[in-house]
Design a protein. Structure first.
Length: 737
């Protein structure tokens, strides 16, 4: 007998065989219990109203495909069955979702279905950032699997959001045995699919050139995208997508995957000999082992699965929507953000109170709303080789402390923000004299240094207590409105002398749990502070940090032309409002390039706008131009920061970039167009808008009117004369009668 629950419930459960169908109007995700109680994957993609078990895996005779001894058969084997969470050491020779070492030395583990529960909304994950939902916004299915020989339970959680094509997944393993076991891998999810005509899209890069979009066809073998840095890292964002071979920004299927985790991560994309695809994401299992005492559990971070059947823009918009409404917990997540001036590229370490006051006053005059004092205000920090950890104001530079600067900002109606790099320590510091053992290192052995600094072991409570106390003191005494939380090197020699030899595989993850614990305390204690995360620019731009800090310094590369690619790649999943984007001086610090102020302004105005230059050095005509930029941004800020974002032209494929922002009611839009190199006898290039109401008439820059359908389908010529390299244009669209 088949029992089916109502559609509105989001999760339909049918019996005989037991099948789970998670679906809303946009997406369906189906799996069920197969022979031998194995949990098998059926379908993930565009929503279907009904599922009649069409994807039950066919019984096919396979060679070299072991089956359970009790049912000896050659047509049922884990080696080819699409599974929900593959074990290790048994008949499935593909990548395992979980590896556990038992006291007898075995590493074989295979789970079978036991039971399930469904809850309204979404339970939080203990100690980890994760998406959240009200009771009526989502439903969560938790499936309990058991491994009776090994005395383990595995809980797979699936949340489906009511109004988004999003499923989130995580896994928790529990030890029911009498002895501790060691978890050596636990993927956050594993997904098998027979669909293989797909491209893999990923975001890789390096310092100052983060999140390059790279697309390649899936092929047989294993592809690993990972970070072993103890941070999500500049080089590989914890995100990838499987997309149709012919997917574009506006058409084709795209499956986006992202891990809500800020430490070492690993994505495995495998295509086996039968061309079946398996994708997994989770904590990197290199140097990872977690002891599980009897009755204890280990919880994986959460992964987000987004589906789109209308290309990449739609996938990105779903990520943006999810992150804004169900991930960023800050009270500022939905508030427009202040335009800031950061003094880093203006002064570096050399400043005094008077100079900063002049910068503040000049910024105020330009219309800037917040001053951020970057590195160099503490200890004896005149260069990057000292004082990290000594979070005490440098009285040589600022004899009266920070308060007068903060008061001055407040007296002008501006906000005051401050840079910290809490997770680090300089050897030249009082903190190092007092607590050399707080460093992440192997005592007595050679260690690696980077930017003259070492990493503090945030896995230890006393380190976190110290940082919480120091930061609270400064926040209270300097009356801060904003904190830039930086992290300027990655982990090496990951070791904690206070832990036993067999616990060393836990250090990296304990660090991340410690970091989250500290952030939880600090953000709870200071809900009014706007936090921005940073790691040498965008070296830790991930969903885990966004949970605590609703904006990120996108890249140390402030070159507007380089930023086109960086911001384009970043927008694949991170919302525009989260992207710190600053106008800096020319020639650019990182590239030496001279880009017109107009284009620098427009690129930075495509994100969360700020300035990173000395306003006192601006020429009078530049001051006037900056004033206008700021005025313009303020007028369009809400639309840019919270409108629907569309990528229109791809800087990775052409010498042009275009994107646009459309208000929810489609009555207003702004589009920006960038032409990287000027050409003689240039061919004509078009710009087609997107996201408009086809039957609505719009005025374009107040110069002419056209219907949405014309602007989208026919398009315009955005630049009709050669104004040199790095030229740009902006189009303001307003609905008219
Ligand atoms: C990192 C950040 C910069 C700046 C410097 C200060 O590189 O990304 O924005 O804060 O540190 O040392």
């Amino acid at each position: 007998m088949t029992q089916t629950s109502t559609k509105s419930e989001l999760i339909e459960v049918s019996s005989n065989p037991l099948t789970f169908h998670l679906h809303n109007s946009q997406v369906s995700y189906v799996f069920g219990v197969e022979d031998e109680n194995v949990l098998a994957h059926h379908y993930y993609g565009k929503s279907v109203d009904h599922y009649s078990n069409l994807r039950r895996y066919p019984r096919l005779m396979r060679h070299f495909a072991p089956s359970p001894e009790e049912i000896e058969t050659r047509d049922f084997s884990l080696s080819t069955l699409p599974q929900e969470f593959p074990g290790a050491g048994g008949a499935d020779y593909r990548e395992p979702g979980i590896v556990v070492e038992f006291p007898n030395g075995s590493r074989t583990v295979n789970f079978t279905y036991d039971s399930y529960t469904i809850t309204d909304g979404k339970p939080q994950l203990a100690g980890l950032p994760a998406t959240f939902a009200q009771k009526d916004e989502a439903k969560t299915l938790t499936v309990k699997l058991v491994e009776n020989d090994a005395h383990l339970e595995l809980y797979l959680s699936y949340t489906i959001f009511r109004d988004l094509p999003v499923i989130t997944r995580s896994a928790r393993v529990k030890n029911l045995g009498q002895q501790p076991v060691q978890v050596q891998r636990l993927a956050s999810f594993s997904l098998d699919s027979p669909d293989n005509e797909l491209n893999l899209l990923q975001l890789n890069g390096r310092y100052a050139q983060e999140r390059n979009v790279t697309v390649e066809p899936l092929n047989t073998g294993i592809k690993i995208l990972d970070s072993k840095r103890g941070a999500s890292g500049h080089t590989q964002n914890p995100f990838c997508a499987l997309i149709d071979r012919h997917a574009t920004e506006f058409s084709g299927e795209a499956f986006g995957f992202c891990l809500i985790y800020s430490g070492s991560h690993k994505s495995i994309i495998q295509m086996d000999g039968y061309n079946q695809v398996r994708i997994q994401m989770g904590i990197n299992d290199q140097n990872f082992e977690w002891w599980l005492e009897p009755q204890k559990s280990f919880q994986s971070p959460e992964a987000v699965l987004v589906h789109s059947d209308q290309g990449l823009n739609s996938m990105s918009q779903s990520f943006h929507d999810l992150f804004l409404n169900h991930l960023m917990k800050s009270k500022y997540s939905h508030q427009t953000r202040p335009i800031l001036l950061n003094n880093w590229e203006a002064t570096y370490f050399n400043f005094d109170e008077k100079q900063l006051q002049d910068i503040i006053s000049s910024s105020h005059d330009l219309g800037i709303e917040m001053f951020v004092l970057d590195d160099g205000w503490f200890g004896e920090r005149d260069a990057p080789d000292s004082s990290l950890g000594d979070w005490v104001v440098d009285r040589k530079k600022l004899p009266n402390g920070l308060k007068p600067l903060s008061d001055y900002c407040h007296s002008l109606g501006m906000k005051f923000g401050l840079w910290f790099e809490p997770e680090m320590i300089s050897v030249k510091s009082k903190l190092y004299e007092d607590h050399p053992d707080w460093v992440l290192e192997i005592p007595g052995q050679r260690r690696s240094i980077d930017r003259s600094q070492f990493v503090l072991n945030l896995g230890r409570a006393e380190v976190r207590d110290y940082l919480l106390e120091r930061m609270s003191y400064i926040i209270d005494h300097a009356d801060l409105d904003y904190i830039k939380w930086d992290m300027n090197r990655n982990m090496t020699e990951v070791y904690d002398a206070k832990l036993s030899a067999s616990e060393q595989g836990e250090v990296s993850h304990r660090y991340i749990l410690g970091l989250y614990d500290l952030l939880e305390h600090l953000t709870d204690k200071y809900p009014d502070i706007l936090f921005e995360s940073c790691s040498g620019g965008g070296g830790r731009y991930d969903a885990g940090m966004l949970y605590y800090m609703p904006q990120t310094w996108t890249s140390d590369n402030t070159d507007a032309i380089a930023r086109l690619k960086i911001q384009y790649g970043t927008s694949l999943l991170y919302p525009v409002v989260s992207m710190g984007a600053h106008v800096s001086a020319v020639p650019n610090e990182q590239t030496g390039r001279m880009t017109p102020l107009r284009t620098r302004g427009l690129v930075a105005s495509s994100g969360n706008l700020g300035y990173e230059l000395n306003p006192l050095n601006l020429l009078e005509n530049e001051r006037q131009e900056v004033k206008l930029q700021i005025k313009w941004y303020k007028a369009h800020r809400h639309l840019i920061q919270f409108g629907k974002f569309y990528r229109l032209q791809d800087p990775f494929e052409t010498m042009r970039t275009a994107w646009m922002f459309v208000s929810d009611d489609k009555k207003a839009a702004v589009a920006m167009y960038f032409n990287i190199f000027s050409e003689a006898s240039s061919p004509l290039h078009m710009l087609n808008f997107a996201g408009l109401d086809p039957s609505q008439k719009y005025s374009v820059n107040g110069e002419y009117t056209a219907y949405g359908s014309e602007l989208m389908q026919i398009g315009i010529y955005p630049l009709t004369q050669n104004d040199g390299d790095f030229d740009s244009a902006v189009f303001e669209l307003k609905a008219v009668e």
